[in-house]
Design a protein around this ligand. Structure first.
Ligand code: NAP
Length: 283
């Protein structure tokens, strides 16, 4: 049986450390503050924003919500971002996706000041990650790297296979694993013989949003399997992209869903807000 990579426990530890750091900042009258912009009433987004708000509250981070109807114009949204960029009391800005189709989300991400871009989606941060400069790293890949480090999982020279090439997970994950000296392969919906590609991996990271897609037969015995997927089945159960019951019989390490990558994503968001606050205030 695999060893479980307990994202919930590690996230708790990270959050505890951050709370101390937040208290230290508050003693200097610096109040870490995250502004979250949400457009429309997507039910999934509402849950994510609520979770982020609770996590901020527990860590002592101020949380400001900016909610807009789905018919807000792109220009109005960009102007809101401009106001938050200039506001000295705001340290982190996050635009919750998805946004309505008439808004170009990349244009909005680009408008967020790189110094406040705690999601790491501004191309300046994406580029800095690529060239190895200090930057904000997208929270999910960053959380995965922290999990691998916590469990001393060897990455140097290892074959890593990422399933999914989204801008928020798959692509930044490539760079994070390259920085850890992995040999990285990325799969997507057009990849041929995906089973074969997965089977050579020492580290598999699945972020495709397909319930139980990764089967036991695809996984090399002893491999580390990281499941990013969050999929709701018809009966309401949440499962990952990995057939956990079966794959955990062969994998060396595995993340559960829930309780694996999800809590680490939120912990890294808090981490990035604290980093932004410290950088802005030269602490
Ligand atoms: P996304 O934008 O939904 O894109 C999915 C990616 O998977 C695409 O690159 C797509 O390929 C690829 N794909 C789809 N079906 C495939 C298949 N059968 N074989 C191989 N590749 C396939 O991705 P995302 O936003 O990164 O989300 C992925 C999953 O992670 C979702 O379940 C999401 O809810 C979850 N998620 C979890 C967290 C967390 O904190 N735990 C954070 C973010 C996302 P193409 O590019 O060719 O279309």
């Amino acid at each position: 049986m695999s060893e479980i990579l307990d994202g919930k426990a590690l996230a708790k530890k990270v959050r505890k450390e951050l709370k101390i750091e937040v208290e230290r900042l508050k003693e200097k009258h610096i109040y870490p503050t995250l502004a979250v912009i949400m457009v429309g009433d997507d039910s999934g987004s509402q849950v994510y924003v609520r979770n982020k708000s609770r996590a901020c509250e527990k860590a002592g981070i101020e949380f400001e919500e900016y909610l807009y109807d789905a018919d807000i114009t792109e220009q109005e949204l960009l102007e809101t971002i401009d106001v938050l960029n200039k506001d000295k009391n705001i340290h982190g800005i996050l635009l919750q996706s998805p946004v309505p189709k008439h808004i170009n989300i990349n244009k909005a991400f680009r408008r967020i000041s790189p110094e406040k871009d705690v999601d790491g989606f501004n191309p300046i941060n994406v580029g800095n990650l690529c060239i190895g400069e200090d930057c904000f790293i997208s929270c999910t890949p960053y959380g995965i790297i922290k999990l691998l480090e916590e469990y001393n999982i060897e990455t140097e020279g290892k074959e890593a296979v990422i399933l999914g090439r989204s801008n928020i997970v798959g692509k930044p994950m490539i760079q994070c694993l390259l920085n850890k000296n992995c040999t990285v392969t990325v799969c997507h919906s057009k990849t041929k013989d995906i089973d074969k590609v997965i089977s050579k991996a020492d580290i598999v990271i699945s972020a495709i949003g397909k319930p139980k897609f990764v089967k036991k037969e695809m996984v090399k015995p002893g491999a580390t399997v990281i499941d990013v997927g969050i999929n709701r089945l018809e009966d309401g159960t949440i499962v990952g992209d990995v057939d956990y019951e079966e794959v955990s019989k062969v994998a060396g390490y595995i993340t559960p869903v829930p309780g694996g990558v999800g809590p680490m994503t939120i912990a890294m968001l808090l981490n990035n807000v604290v980093k932004a606050t410290k950088d802005i205030n030269k602490q």
